[in-house]
Design a protein around this ligand. Sequence first.
Ligand code: NAP
Length: 501
Amino acid sequence: MKTDSANKCVIVIFGATGDLAKRKLFPSIYNLYKKGKLSSNFAVVGAARREWSNDTFRRNVATSIQESKIDVDQDINEFLNHFHYLSFDVTNTESYTNLNDLITNLDEEFSIPENRIFYMAMAPQFFGTIASYLKANGVTNTTGWNRLIIEKPFGHNYESAQKLNDDLREAFTEDEIYRIDHYLGKEMVQNIEVIRFANAIFEPLWNNRYISNIQITSSESLGVEDRGGYYDHAGALRDMVQNHMLQMVALLAMEPPNRLTTEEIRTEKIKALRALRPMTPNEVDSYFVRGQYGRGIVNENTVNGYREEGNVDPKSKTETFVAGKLVIDNFRWAGVPFYIRTGKRMTEKSTKIVIQFKNLPMNLYYKSKEEMHPNLLIIHIQPDEGISIVLNGKKIGLSGETNPVKLDFCSSCQDVVNTPEAYEKLLNDCIIGDATNFTHWDEVALSWSFVDIISKVWENSTPTDFPNYESGSMGPKIADKLLADDGFHWWPITDESDYTI
Ligand code: NAP
């Protein structure tokens, strides 16, 4: 990690008039500024085609900050003075000459040592073009550092991801490329390492002798909203599994790194992803299931099915739900299934990891004349952040029965004001040169290789049962069967007081 004059830089946002910049980037930059994480030696250049003046741009930045839930200082003009706008077409060489001139002036005005961040907040088909034009026009030819932040999706399969990577590598080294997976900026995802490696009560148990299975659920109650055009070509497998879900699997499964450095952590995550057992096309249906939402009731409102959404093919076979069983072929995890599920229009928005421990070999106690409840460690990623542990306690009274007892630690309840947004953390990491929470090309390549096998099988077959789950439900029944066949069931994400087996 570099710490030399690290936070003095020009941040160029390509796509500065777009949704991501408005909802996430400007509020995050403001928060960093307010917290003193940005020195006064910084500037932001907004680039997009619209013919905006600096004033219009600054008004939009101010509005976006005000519309987010941040406390805004009375006078944010000093902050806004760091923002400049450039009307810019990514395919036009002259735009890059103008950009270079503007950045050079800003370097001088704000005493910035030619450090540059290029944030690609635009459609992915432009990423390669922008990178090559930046280099060809000398914008990256500086005495300071250059860093490129890339939004998802990073390709739509292994081949396209490799092509994109090759294009980017023409202009930037691997060390200079920061591939965003905003899940890696979430407080509790980062906390997985701390829970595992800073607690003597967990790490000795973190293996196939004590853990029976791990379940990761990331559910959305929303449908595709206005992203139908993009989503109908992507689907849940590419949109969620290839990146966020596999990143969480890697963090849960990896070996303890030698040190908490970017290289060491990445090395261990890559090793975990390499240990994923690949499937043959014939095996895909035994390990992965897909679903698509139909009509249903969400928050007491009747909502449309996926095929009725805007910009979606009325006969679409795109999956809006995926559940899968991952097998990790290494010494630590042999025999422990990792189950994942993710989908849209499910019961509620929630990301949770449940680690289910094995039962004791002999039950001296029992619960309601049935089995004793297994111990669970639940990591709540969003919207609430925290951990819960389910233990067994004695049922009050004369009987010898046990009752599950849940211990909760809700970190977002304690520290809600200070929990930084994922984008704020990731931007700060990039500014200080810490790439730990960004994905390395090897991780991207391994994830796509794994997912491509599934998507090829699904592309070549037509599901006859779509839509196969109601909006507002927890997905299709076949997702339950995946676990039932192994003698398990999904732990509830909504009413966790219900722990009956
Ligand atoms: P968006 O709202 O459609 O914004 C696209 C931006 O690109 C606009 O500022 C547009 O401005 C600019 N643009 C388009 N063509 C251009 C050209 N030829 N030259 C210069 N500028 C051009 O998209 P978005 O939702 O912000 O998403 C941006 C990226 O982030 C995408 O890769 C998306 O997948 C990713 N992402 C977005 C979100 C999100 O929450 N929005 C979340 C995760 C990932 P003009 O029309 O003024 O040129």
